[in-house]
Write a protein that binds this ligand. Structure first.
Ligand SMILES: Cc1cc2nc3c(=O)[nH]c(=O)nc-3n(C[C@H](O)[C@H](O)[C@H](O)COP(=O)(O)O)c2cc1C
Length: 211
């Protein structure tokens, strides 16, 4: 039995978003195949994820220099606790489904804030003599990304930083990114919209069956 996090980052409703549509298809198939799993949905636009601000940095630094948690200011305590809640939930999971639109070549800033709660030294990675080492070995992920343009091939390939970012973060933490599913070029040619969406759904269903 696995614990699965379905992590989205989109202010749109499912009916208006290609990535959320494909994500939901993935999830529906996954649920049928794995009825005993625990599934949690995190909408990063609604989850109230704290950003790493002055309070968080000051609080972390004070903890490192030996100050007890109780001696931190209320703001520092609350924000750090809230970040820890997301980190612990992430560590407790076995599988992750990231669903994002491409915004300005990468993921929306709310997903970036969420990723900042995933990358915590000595919890999800550690420094060793040989450099940083991920601590989430054995866990796996899928990334579903919708973009107006095409990036998996062609002249814009180098501009793609959304999937590349998720891929590298997973690698950094020791997570196996088992599959990336792109819904790309969907706005470039309206005649191809259905074809592109359906191909992504087929791949999502196939991936969900074995994830
Ligand atoms: C703020 C914003 C920035 C965008 N930036 C890009 C971009 O850099 N490259 C691109 O191909 N499409 C871009 N798009 C188009 C979206 O990637 C496209 O509409 C996609 O379908 C969004 O995913 P969704 O349908 O799941 O919301 C952008 C859209 C918005 C709203």
């Amino acid at each position: 039995m696995s614990t699965v996090l379905y992590i989205t980052s989109n202010p749109k409703s499912e009916k208006d978003s290609y990535s959320l549509k494909v994500g939901r298809e993935f999830l529906n198939v996954y649920k049928v195949k794995n009825p005993g799993d625990s599934l949690f949905e995190i909408d990063t636009f609604k989850a109230g994820i704290p950003i790493i601000d002055k309070d968080v940095l000051k609080g972390w630094n004070r903890l490192i220099s030996g100050t007890s948690f109780a001696m931190l200011t209320m703001e520092e305590q609350q924000k750090i606790k809230r970040i820890e809640k997301f980190t612990e939930q992430f560590i407790a999971a076995d599988k992750y489904i990231f669903v994002t639109p491409m915004w300005n070549f990468t993921v929306p800033s709310m997903m970036k804030s969420y990723i900042d709660t995933m990358c915590i030294v000595n919890k999800t990675f550690k420094y060793t003599e040989n450099g940083p080492e991920g601590l989430l070995i054995g866990k796996k992920a899928v990334h579903i990304q919708a973009s107006g343009g095409v990036y998996s091939q062609g002249p814009a390939k180098d501009f793609e930083m959304g999937n590349k970012y998720i891929k590298n973060i997973c690698r950094f933490l020791g997570i196996n990114l088992a599959q990336s599913i792109f819904i790309e070029g969907i706005q470039a040619d309206p005649n191809k919209t259905d074809e592109i969406l359906n191909a992504a759904i087929v791949l999502a269903v196939k991936t969900a069956e074995v994830f």
